[in-house]
Structures are given as structure tokens and as C-alpha cells.
Design a protein around this ligand. Structure first.
Ligand SMILES: C[S@@+](CC[C@H](N)C(=O)[O-])C[C@H]1O[C@@H](n2cnc3c(N)ncnc32)[C@H](O)[C@@H]1O
Length: 362
């Protein structure tokens, strides 16, 4: 079978099964099966497929017919002009999430200039937001947080491929609360050290509220930083992990918290595309019964973790605006801005952490 015949047949099969964009999908799967690019496909349409290529192409078509997203078959998705590795442990980065990055960059450049910033990406998944921000803001340190150790592994790989792994800390967390690595996690090491309770890493919440600022960050001893780094994915071999006895370890005071959190409600589950419902990780997609559960925890946590004058940037679900508006009401937040995506749906909100010491930053 020639390349052009394979492409035509693949397109027809996908079309008959009502798979969206059948021609493009067949082309992507054929390129993946033949390890070639479009120039080769269109420059040599009469090249015969090898047996191995035919088998692979057939398998990929079959997987797509079963509902598996094309990106999980090829293992790649473009985001912010970069190639990201994806797998069923991570959400496939969406184009609309680029608005989160765009908003965060605008705020960072406008409000903080070239200052070295501490930015947390909560629910980093593939690491797409964290990596894009780290690439664009060379002076910043990004804390890439996720409840899933497997997602963190993928994020770390993506950071490494983009050359920014040295400026991103990958940490397992429950939103903004850092947590101990779980028993089965790839982070786990046999060489456990003494608990880190009592190091300067454990900053009491009250102290934060009372006005922690830059000196508190610099007060981090290198030992405390090492403790935090030890909880980073990918460092388990270089630096043994301690067993944290205190599950409320804190990050340094943050200039910005960005997040594309899970926001789909259980009641919307049945109406979701099969590709999302059956193949993307449920922890990445579903927030709970109402869909606002994660926002309702994350927004107060962000108020605690941000420096006064710092910013929160959140991606919104199509119907999240009302509940997020309520959660941002009150004196802790100001400069609340809603941004629509290209379809006119309010997609991103940004808000500034207010407080008695306004204009504290940078
Ligand atoms: C919608 S996905 C976003 C992934 C990526 N940031 C993106 O935009 O493509 C949400 C991510 O949040 C993570 N997550 C869910 N609940 C969490 C929690 N309680 N704490 C930390 N991360 C959580 C999921 O594992 C998932 O990676």
C-alpha cells in the first residue's frame, strides 16, 4: 500500500465513524506510523509502506476509533509554540489555556518588570503553563504543583526538553499545601531522612498573615531549600526524600498563583465528549458535584500564599464565572478582571491580593 492510498483509506474509515477532522487525523496518525513529516508524505506519495508501518497505522486508526484522543496516540501536543509530551496521566493542553499564560505574562511584565518572581502553577499536569511561564520570564522561579506524581514526572520531562527544569520545582501537593510523597510514588526513596519539622521551611500561617515579605524568602536557609528540593520529582536519587510529618509545609510567599484547575461538575459528566470522559484523567477534569469545589478551596488558599499585592490567575469553566465572582468578593481581592476567549466565553479571571500593606511589591 502506498502512502497516498493509506491516507485516503484512513480518512475514509475515520469519516465513516464520524471522527472529527478525519483527513487531518489520518495524516497525523500516518506521519506517526511512518516516522515522517508532511514534506516526505507529499513529496513521496507513492512510497510503499513497510509491513511494520502498515501494522502501526492500522493500530493507531483502531485506537482512534475506540475514542482515544489523537494526542495520546502520538504522545505530543503543541502549546505556546512548544512541543509537549502527553500521556493518559495528564490533561492534553488546550489552546484556551494559552489565555492563562498570556494573562500571567501581562501582569508579570506590567506589575513586576524584570523582578525575580515566585510563581506557583497549581495543578500543573503536563507542565504546559509552568514551562511556558518559565521560558518567557527568565528571572522567575516556578513551583509546579500537582496531586499526581505521574503528572509531575511528565511535567519534569517537558521542562527538561524545554531547557527550563532548573527554574521549576516540581512538588506534590493538595492545591497549595505541599504534601508527603505517597507510598507508591516515583518520588519515594528508601533513604528516608529525619522529618523536616522545625526547619525554617515550616512557616506558621499566622506569621504569613502578619505580613511576611521579601526577607522571609531570603531567610530560607539553604538546608530548608534542600528539604523542599528533596520533595521535587526527579531528585529522589540525588537527594533522599524525608518523610514529612507535617503535611502543611508552605511555599515561599508568592508573587503569583496561576491555575487551570479541575472545574467540570459531575452533572456535566454524561454530556462530555467521550475522549475527555473516558480517556483524560478524572482528577484533572472533575471538581465534584457542583464544579466549584476546587475554586472554593484554592481561592482562600491563594489569599494565604500570595504576598500582598500579588496576583491570582485562574482558568474558568464555561459556567464558573458566577461562583468564582462570589468567592472573590470581599476585601482580600481587588482589580478583578474577566477575560473572554476567542469564542467570547469568559475564560480567565485575574485578581490582586489586597491587604493592609498595599503596593508592597516588588
Ligand atoms: C485541568 S488539569 C490542568 C493541567 C495543566 N495545567 C493544563 O492546563 O493543561 C488539572 C490538574 O490539577 C491536578 N489536581 C487535581 N486536584 C488537585 C489537587 N487537589 N491538588 C493539586 N493538583 C490537583 C490534576 O492532577 C491535573 O493535573
Amino acid at each position: 500500500m502506498q502512502l497516498k492510498e493509506a491516507l485516503a483509506q484512513g480518512t475514509q474509515i475515520l469519516e465513516q465513524a464520524l471522527i472529527p477532522s478525519p483527513r487531518l487525523t489520518a495524516e497525523v496518525l500516518l506521519l506517526h506510523a511512518t516516522h515522517s513529516d508532511r514534506a516526505h508524505l507529499f513529496g513521496h506519495p507513492e512510497r510503499e509502506l513497510t509491513d511494520c508501518e502498515r501494522v502501526h497505522f492500522g493500530r493507531y486508526l483502531n485506537e482512534r476509533l475506540q475514542g482515544k484522543p489523537t494526542q495520546y496516540i502520538t504522545g505530543h501536543q503543541e502549546f505556546w509554540g512548544m512541543d509537549f509530551l502527553v500521556n493518559p496521566d495528564v490533561l492534553i493542553p488546550r489552546p484556551e489555556t494559552e489565555f492563562v499564560v498570556e494573562t500571567a505574562l501581562e501582569i508579570a511584565r506590567h506589575s513586576f518588570g524584570e523582578a525575580p518572581l515566585n510563581i506557583a502553577d497549581v495543578g500543573t499536569g503536563s507542565g504546559c503553563i509552568a514551562v511556558a511561564i518559565a521560558r518567557e520570564l527568565p528571572a522567575c522561579t516556578v513551583y509546579a504543583l500537582d496531586i499526581s506524581s505521574k503528572a509531575l514526572e511528565t511535567a519534569r520531562l517537558n521542562a527538561s526538553r524545554s531547557g527550563v527544569e532548573n527554574r521549576i520545582r516540581f512538588l506534590r501537593s493538595d492545591l497549595l499545601h505541599l504534601s508527603a510523597p505517597d507510598e507508591n510514588s516515583a518520588l519515594h526513596s528508601n533513604n528516608s531522612r529525619a522529618p523536616c519539622k522545625g526547619t525554617t521551611l515550616v512557616v506558621p500561617n499566622q506569621k504569613r498573615q502578619a505580613g511576611a515579605s521579601a526577607p522571609e524568602v531570603s531567610a530560607w536557609s539553604s538546608a530548608a531549600k534542600a528539604d523542599l528540593n528533596a520533595a521535587s520529582v526527579g531528585m529522589a536519587e540525588a537527594m533522599p526524600l524525608q518523610q514529612f510529618t507535617d503535611s502543611s509545609l508552605l511555599l515561599p510567599p508568592l508573587h503569583m498563583v496561576v491555575s487551570n484547575p479541575p472545574y467540570v461538575s459531575e452533572r456535566d459528566r454524561a454530556g462530555l465528549q467521550r475522549e475527555v470522559r473516558e480517556f483524560e484523567p478524572a482528577t484533572a477534569v472533575f471538581a465534584g458535584e457542583s464544579g466549584e469545589e476546587v475554586y472554593s478551596k484554592l481561592i482562600p488558599q491563594a489569599a494565604q500564599s500570595l504576598r500582598r499585592g500579588g496576583y491570582l490567575v485562574l482558568e474558568l469553566g464555561y459556567d464558573s464565572q458566577g461562583s468564582v465572582r462570589q468567592l472573590l468578593a470581599g476585601q482580600e481581592w481587588s482589580e478583578i478582571r474577566w477575560r473572554p476567549d476567542l469564542a467570547g466565553i469568559t475564560r480567565v479571571v485575574s485578581a490582586r491580593r489586597t491587604g493592609e500593606q498595599l503596593h508592597e511589591l516588588p
